[in-house]
Design a protein around this ligand. Sequence first.
Ligand code: IFM
Length: 445
Amino acid sequence: MQLDPEDQQLATRFPPGFVWGSATSAAQIEGAAQTDGRGPSIWDRFCAEPGRIIDGSNTDIACEHYQRWPEDIAQMRWLGLKAYRFSMAWPRVQPRGRGAWNEAGFGFYDRLIDGLLQAGIQPHLTLYHWDLPAALQDDFGGWQSREIVPLFADYAAEVARRFGDRLASLCTLNEPWCVATLGHETAQFAPGLKDRRVAMQVSHHLLLAHGHAIDAMRAETRTPLGIVLNHTPAYPAQPTEADRLAARLDDGLNVRWYMDPIFMGRYPLDVLAHLGADAPQVHAGDMAAIARPLDFLGLNFYTRSLVSARVPAPAPPGAQGFTDMGWEIVPDVMTEHLARIAREYLPPPIYITENGMANADRLQDGVVDDAPRIAYLRSHLRALARAIQYGVDVRGYFYWSLLDNFEWNSGYAKRFGLFHVNYATQQRIAKASAHWYRALLGRQG
Ligand code: IFM
């Protein structure tokens, strides 16, 4: 594909050494759920409950990446990726979440990491992208209990010991807000609970486990360590004081609840006041344990939320369009938000660890002409280039996702990939957006 002159110019706006990547996660692509000793995860259980997943599907087969990883690395190479972000399935390498390690499971990641390195692609590994070993949920309620903290740190240390020297980065958690809120307050995600007090306690245990895991990994490896947070900046739906306050609280629960403890060692006071009796139990020393120095901050940016004191919020005025998830497309918010994070938190180098769109793709005559995804990519990369120009230290960008895959409670109904996946044959087809991204990456040299 030939880039038009503006896109050619876009390619030149990123600094030398900028890390161009794409991302996936274990549960969403690996399949092989019962293979080589993998233990069950809370998502296996959740999928088995009627009504939880829109299309009634599960992660048993997914994209068969467990078997097809060499082919997938070949596709990454064709794309010209410098980096690949993926996650390790905890139940694959430690089926019960404690006790014996599963060497066959570790063997898979060993081969994958070596395969990436041989292809000249940096491996960026996330330890926890939501697939908790089901045994930990059964034994003590999973993230609800402090018991999980040392177990997660043990798992982190073991992975750092085995793979640290071959990884470009190691990240503790992906999107703890989703784990706590969607998993324990709104019941949209596994384990499917509906209790705000529990959700807030879970968020504290996630943060505490993150901090302990950072210390445990530092003792084992010099590879850069960080965390990945999902930020959905909140804006008042209407220019009223009530909506402004509602947006501030929403920002408090999504952005500041995780950023303040990690970078300032405290929870935001306004959110604590709002939570009242639902605020988490915090032990002496916890906040210091959470606020460990990090080498990078991963941010996942997709959209904003418009918040209204009235329920439901009215439709966003002047929206530029929506993705197939119904998420508003707001690239300028990305620039604004990055500038704010840099100003308010003085974070370590930032990576955009996820950004992308679900599109109602149509495969016709062997081609997926996903023009809306190209437009999304282009507008967000322009927004990112602007943030870098303003001085925000962003070191890399990972498109979500490499492949169409299991989109959690939406099953296989939503497609985010640069590659179309035919779930009946497992054939991968590069979409027009993959050709565009490849042409852009080709300009980087
Ligand atoms: O698919 C998810 C991913 O697992 C986490 N971040 C958001 C993506 C799109 O919903």
